[in-house]
Ligand binder design. Structure first.
Ligand code: BMA
Length: 312
């Protein structure tokens, strides 16, 4: 049985994307959503400019690891029309929705009211259309499931509630009005690595055993928050029901690009691509809020590991 520490392997070319190699002056590139468009991997990157505000820009690669080509113009940036984005667009998660023949992007819209959740759509990663605000402040870490369940779209998100920062899900018939919020996954109390906050990572991946979830968990330390990634498996037809949850984290900040940067000790996954031909999972994550890195695992190993974990 493979153990939690060796499930994921960091790519030797990490970090994949860095501010020094960006085509225009920026402070940081981080927390990228990911998807396949034809034969190409597209990363929709959060790019922080030198005022501190973020926009979203595409980077494309044939092998999902090297020779990234970065678009010259942002995909989505504050354009003066959506006040909730005045201070930037952050942490996109990208979901391919077969039924609609397009991708839905869930992102944090940061404005004077605080962080909120907005959605946008694209058919080609060339033009993008906003669907508008989905959840008001304070809310973040949103990711849409790729298909309807019980006739509804399901959006995971993390409202600030009396419980603290935990993973919830809400339902919608039209991707505009959201209702029936339900708690999915809480923080674990006391000494656990995910005791301060938990949030959904990439959109969950459908498998024969359930929805495969990579989430981030935070521990508060005297040196600040320590961000790591863990795994969970959700029931296919009732995704608020956690079937399994890893006790241990599977990726934590140890490489130099994860321990040093604007916010040291942050591993923040927002993108997951499955390559069925090789059974490989590519996990894309923000490293220390400054760069983008990738770690890979075999899907079958990840599922074997999760099935050996206790119920959530
Ligand atoms: C979270 C989000 C992420 C960020 C992380 C670590 O609250 O705001 O954008 O990567 O903190 O700083």
């Amino acid at each position: 049985m493979i153990d939690s520490a060796s499930l994921f392997t960091r790519h030797s070319g990490n970090p994949l994307l860095a501010p020094e190699r960006w085509p225009y002056p920026i402070n940081a590139v981080l927390n990228a959503g990911a998807t396949m468009v034809g034969d190409e991997t597209v990363l929709l990157c959060r790019v922080e400019d030198r005022r501190g505000f973020s926009h979203l820009t595409c980077a494309r690669s044939r092998d999902g690891a090297s020779n990234w080509v970065v678009d010259e113009r942002p995909a989505l940036a504050y354009d003066g029309t959506h006040a909730e984005e005045e201070w930037g667009l952050e942490d996109p998660r990208v979901t391919h929705v077969e039924e609609l023949g397009l991708w839905i992007i869930a992102y944090t819209a940061f404005g004077r009211g605080g962080p909120a959740i907005s959605l946008a759509q694209t058919e080609d990663f060339t033009t993008f259309e906003r669907l508008g605000l989905a959840m008001g402040p304070d809310d973040k870490n949103a990711a849409l499931l790729p298909r309807r369940i019980g006739g509804d779209w399901l959006l995971f998100h993390r409202p600030d509630s009396e419980h603290g920062a935990e993973v919830w899900l809400s339902r919608s018939s039209d991707l505009r009005k959201w209702r029936a919020p339900e708690l999915v996954m809480g923080r674990r109390q006391g000494g656990w690595w995910d005791s301060a906050r938990v949030g959904m990572g990439p959109p969950p991946l459908e498998t024969e055993h359930g929805w495969l979830v990579v989430y981030h968990g935070v521990r508060q330390t005297v040196a600040g928050g320590l961000y790591r990634a863990g795994l969970a498996l959700l029931d296919l037809e009732q995704p608020a029901h956690v079937l399994r949850r890893s006790e241990e984290w599977v990726l934590g900040p140890t490489a130099d690009y994860e321990t040093s940067g604007d916010v040291p000790n942050v591993v923040f996954p927002c993108g997951l691509v499955h390559h069925p031909d090789t059974d490989r999972l590519c996990l894309y994550y923000g490293a220390a809020d400054t760069r983008v890195a990738m770690a890979t695992a075999r899907r079958s190993d990840v599922l074997d590991y999760l099935l050996s974990c206790p119920p959530g």
